[in-house]
Design a protein around this ligand. Structure first.
Ligand SMILES: *Cc1c(COP(=O)(O)O)cnc(C)c1O
Length: 361
């Protein structure tokens, strides 16, 4: 049975997530998850009570976790709105603030969900080409009088804007919303959250999926001026007032209290990232200057598709994108453990060797 999808959705092309293989023993470097489990305190929060309270609804305002996040960021509870993953927070923001009159702009090379959300809600959008180096050009967003969404560091390049650039963009579009998606900010060791105190139009979106090792728990949030957060809350409570489940609320609080556990592992991920980048350069790869928990790389002689397929055959999953055309040759590689990255580098060396020899035949 088909053909019942309402006409306004007939041309939607939904977001396609990276593969989550069922069977098989893959080294999984394709969806920017952490190679480490959540902190021990998270696991004990989940087993010592959260599960036995699943007969009750969660606190619909999530106040306990929001207070902890507020304290962590030096903000107030009224400055934080929780989401079932930051994808949901982004969906609430698009629905709350962007419409046919005002539209939204974002880079052409960025997180694919922005385009999908704009299409879902019928929001006109413009995709601004990134520069030659694949970096976002901040000048393109200064004084444009448009709503703006920027991932910082950007995905899938990992390249980050400076806080000065973000401030300039927010300052020069005072009547419009500027959203900074900080999914990877902990790996870049800086955040635009403090700027939300000075700039009423700035919203920062964060997630527990990447740097808190809780992708499966689904937790994200927005930080910003209380008027904007109030508007997001209006949308959230009109859509799903119990959007964050009680186990996740408790897991989130425990993760936030395990700063040392995460801090140590962020340092490890950053140092493995930088060592892996050097190893790939040694194999002839060109890389962006990624400040995230992934690398973005292409080889001058071997097409991205051949590298991707070769790695998959070797049991290693990475990600590549067909569009825009400019990045079709590139691979996005999540930073795993030392051992996983060694296996990746060895597999790539073998693939390149074979491909280059074949090309010369
Ligand atoms: C992973 C990612 C998200 C989504 O995170 P969830 O909290 O898991 O929904 C949002 N934005 C960017 C840029 C991401 O890479």
């Amino acid at each position: 049975m088909s053909g019942f999808l309402s006409r306004r959705h007939s041309r939607l092309s939904p977001y396609v997530p990276g593969e989550q293989p069922r069977g098989g023993d893959f080294i999984k470097l394709n969806t920017n998850e952490a190679p480490y489990p959540p902190a021990p305190a998270v696991l004990s929060a989940l087993t010592s009570g959260a599960a036995s309270r699943l007969n009750l609804y969660p606190d619909p305002s999530g106040t306990a976790l929001r207070s902890k996040l507020a304290e962590y960021h030096g903000a107030g509870v009224q400055n934080i709105a929780l989401g079932n993953g930051s994808d949901e927070t982004l969906a609430f923001i698009f629905l709350a603030f962007f419409d046919g009159e005002r539209g939204v702009m974002f880079p052409d090379v960025t997180y694919g969900l922005y385009r999908v959300l704009a299409a879902l809600y019928n929001i006109p959008y413009s995709e601004i080409p990134v520069g030659e180096s694949l970096a976002v050009r901040p000048e393109d967003y200064v004084g444009v009088r448009k709503n703006i969404v920027l991932a910082n560091p950007n995905a899938p390049t990992g390249i980050a804007l400076s806080m000065d650039d973000i401030e300039r963009i927010a300052d020069s579009n005072p009547e419009y919303i500027v959203v900074i998606d900080e999914a990877y900010a902990d790996f870049a060791r800086r955040s635009a959250v403090p700027l939300t105190r000075k700039h009423d139009n700035l919203l920062v979106v964060r997630t527990y999926s990447k740097s808190r090792f809780l992708a499966g728990a689904r937790l994200g949030y927005a930080v910003g001026h209380e008027a904007l957060i109030g508007d997001i809350e209006t949308i959230r409570c009109s859509y799903n007032p119990y959007n964050v489940n009680s186990a996740t609320l408790e897991a989130g609080a425990a993760a936030l209290e395990s700063g040392e556990y995460y801090g140590e592992r962020w340092e490890r991920i950053i140092s493995v990232r930088d060592a892996s980048a050097r190893a790939l350069r040694g194999l002839g790869f060109e890389l962006t200057d990624s400040e995230a928990n992934f690398l973005f790389a292409r080889h001058p002689e071997v097409p991205g598709k051949a590298l991707f397929d070769g790695l998959r055959e070797a049991g290693i999953l990475v990600r590549r994108f067909d569009s825009p055309e400019r990045i079709a040759g590139w691979l996005r590689i999540t930073v795993g453990t030392d051992a996983q990255m060694d296996a990746l580098v060895r597999a790539l060396a073998a693939i390149i060797d074979t491909e280059v020899k074949n090309a010369k035949k």
